[in-house]
Each structure stands twice: as C-alpha cells, then as structure tokens.
Design a protein around this ligand. Structure first.
Ligand code: PLP
Length: 397
C-alpha cells in the first residue's frame, strides 16, 4: 500500500476560499476572493464577441483532429502582435516563438520546466508579495525561489529602491518574474521610467525576465499595458512571456494562454523552441483547440476584434468605477482611515491593508470573503453588494 501514508494537502489559499464560500448558507454573502470579473448584476457572462466567434466555429469547424504541439498557428501569431505590437522589430526578425498553452498557469509551468531542463539557470526571483500560485508552480517545477521587495505597507506604494537593491543580488542567468501589468495582489505597477531601469539592470547583469501577463487590457488599455514588456524587450537579448486570456476574454474555463520565448536571433529562437515543444510533448502532448480558435477568430476579424475591445473597455471601466465607489462608500460609513490609494491601483485587485484578524472577522461575522493577505477582488464588487462590504469593513476596522 502506498496511499495510506499520504498527508492531506492544505486548502489552496484562493480556490479553497471559494469552496468555503459555496458551503456558506448565508444569502447576503459576498465572494471577493478569486479573480473573476463580475458584471453589474454579479454575473460572469460569456462575452458577446466570444459567443459570435463560437457560432462561427460551430458552423465552420471541420475536424477535431490533433493540433500540432505548439497549437494554432494564427493564434500564436496574434499573441505575438498583442504582446509586442503589430510593427514589432522582434517579430519581424523572427526572434519570438510562441506556443499555445493551457492558461497562464500552464504557460508558466512550461516556461519553468523548459528553463530547468535546458539551461544552467536554477533560480527565479519573485516579488514579495505575489500571486499565491507562483511559489507553488515554480517550486513544483524544481526552481529555487528568491524574493525581491515590492510593496511598502506604510505608503501603500511600490518600494522601487528596495526592489532594485534586491535584484542587484541576482546572478547571471537567474530568472526574474515580472507582472506585465495589474500586479497581483497589490495592483501597483512600475512606471515607464522604472521599467527602463529594470530592463537596464537585467541587460547589465544578464538576468532573464519572465513576464507573467495575465491582465492585458485591465490596466489602462491593451497597448498601454504592454509598455513595460516592450520597454524591457527592447533592451534585453532574451526573455520569456507567459500570457493568459482567462480574464481579458473571460475564457477562464477554456484554459487558454501562451508561452513566448524571445532569443538573440531567429536561429537561436528556433533551436530553443524545439525544446519548448519537447517540454509540452512530455506534459500534455498538444493543447486543446477551442479557446485558441475563439481568440484567433476574434483577433483576426475586424468587427469581432472591435467588439471585444469594446467589451474589454467596459470591464476595465466598471472596475475603475467600483474602486471610486468603494472609497466613497467607506467614507460614507464613517471610516476615517485613508483608503484613497485604492483608486490609484490597477486591475482586478486591491491590496486593502486589512490584517489577518480583520479578514477572518469579515468572513466569520459578515460573510464577506477576501484573501488572507487582505487582497480584495474589486472586479467582484457591484452597486448592490457594496453596502454589505463597506458596512462590514467599517465594523472590523
Ligand atoms: N498569473 C497571475 C498573476 C494571475 O493572477 C493568474 C490568475 O489568477 C494567472 C497567472 C493564471 O491565469 P490562468 O487562470 O489563465 O491560469
């Protein structure tokens, strides 16, 4: 017998919260844990652009035969254009290679395993704090994890000097995980000047950036949100990107993302790509088609693309309006503490500064579920649940 010795795994800090939420019988409960976009009615509907693309696919799809290891070619091309821009010199030079992969998570895992199996790099630097699954993914893949400073609790802002000081300690070949935009969990991003300084440091020290790009379009816009990635890509010879369409296309359960590698030249990129494909082959052989076909259909059709961009803008603007309403509603509930920093943060999340005890009271006494770190999914707030949330926070402060 081999199974009886196994100890139970702890619940996932984010997905475990959803399980607890589902089991909670209270009718006015609110789930602000997991990063899922909700509309004003509290629903996560399929985007109209996605429905139209699916209708087209249903009509036109001719086979369910296997995709190649790297997935849908037109999809991979469209991904590169979103990442680096349509007129990118990197794309024109053939320095970028892309493989479709199962969501941002699958892309990160493929990137990590590829690096470990094919290079001398064994270490990845991640921000403190970061998305809870980063440690999990990279440790399981076998990378050694080191942390760089990112957040300053007193100012609710980026501690850029500390970040740079820590990254000075990194060695040549180390990976540096960077959130492309909408840093999870803090919602605080680098400005363009800071991106350029990070790029310069990586170039000088031979560090290899690994961009986690899960929220393109949720910050200030599709092109604007890529400015950090493009600034870094312009200055370093090599980098990796793991991007996801879970959030910006609302394709959470289709598991669709991509891993992109940029090398110093096209010959080097092609050689490295053969090993990325080998990593994929050993994991899941080849990716599922549906999510990639949806994204590719939308991005390669003028009208569908315009509709998607409009829907993405609506999601982004609704979240921004919830940030403002949240700050105003807390004030209206008589909360003295300054929460104005929340309206300066980007993306789905707000790093509230609430401590573990306050988070526990929110859940136990008021049925308001947020992550233990104090991270709140603003994307789950609506005009309807806002009073419940703000009254509860006012009580636990
Ligand atoms: N990276 C970050 C920073 C995220 O917040 C998430 C999802 O929450 C992911 C990656 C994973 O996305 P996916 O669901 O596509 O695997």
């Amino acid at each position: 017998m081999i199974f009886s010795q196994i100890t139970a795994a702890p619940a996932d800090p984010i997905l475990g919260l959803t399980e607890a939420f589902k089991a909670d019988p209270r009718t006015d409960k609110v789930n602000l844990g997991v990063g899922i976009y909700k509309d004003e009615a509290g629903q996560t509907p399929v985007l109209k652009s996605v429905k139209l693309a699916e209708a087209k696919l249903l009509e036109e799809e001719k086979t369910k035969s296997y995709l190649g290891i790297e997935g849908v070619a037109l999809y991979n091309q469209a991904v590169q254009q979103l990442l680096f821009g349509k007129d990118s010199a990197i794309i024109a030079a053939g320095r970028a290679v892309t493989a479709q992969a199962p969501g941002g998570t699958g892309s990160l895992r493929v990137a990590a395993e590829f690096v470990l199996s094919n290079t001398d790099s064994k270490t990845i630097w991640i921000s403190n704090p970061t998305w809870a699954n980063h440690k999990n993914i990279f440790e399981t893949a076998g990378l050694e994890i080191k942390e760089y400073s990112y957040y300053q609790a007193e100012t609710h802002d980026l501690d850029f000097d500390a970040m740079m000081t820590d990254l000075q300690q990194a060695s040549e070949g180390d990976l540096v995980l960077l959130h492309g935009c909408c840093h999870n969990p803090t919602g605080i991003d680098l400005n363009i000047n800071q991106w350029q300084q990070v790029a310069k440091l990586c170039a000088e020290k031979g560090l290899v950036p690994l961009f986690d790009f899960a929220y393109q379009g949720f910050g200030t816009g599709i092109e604007e949100d890529a400015q950090g990635l493009r600034a870094v890509a312009a200055m370093v010879p090599e980098l990796l990107v793991a991007n996801s369409f879970s959030k910006n296309f609302g394709l959470y359960n289709e598991r669709i993302g991509a891993v992109t590698l940029v090398a110093k030249d096209s010959e080097c990129a092609a050689r490295a790509f053969s090993q990325v494909k080998r990593t994929i082959r050993a994991n899941y052989s080849n990716p599922p088609a549906h999510g990639a076909m949806i994204v590719s259909t939308i991005l390669n059709d003028g009208e569908l693309n315009a509709l998607w961009q409009q829907e993405l803008t609506e999601m982004r603007q609704r979240i921004a309006s919830m940030r403002t309403l949240f700050v105003e509603s807390l004030k209206a509930e008589g909360v003295d503490r300054d929460f104005s920093f929340i309206s300066r943060q980007n993306g789905m999340f707000s790093f509230s500064g609430l401590n573990k005890e306050q988070v526990a009271r929110l859940k136990d006494e008021f049925g308001v579920y947020i992550v233990g770190s104090g991270r709140i999914s603003v994307a789950g707030m609506t005009k309807t649940n806002m009073p419940v949330i703000c009254k509860a926070i006012a009580k636990v402060l």
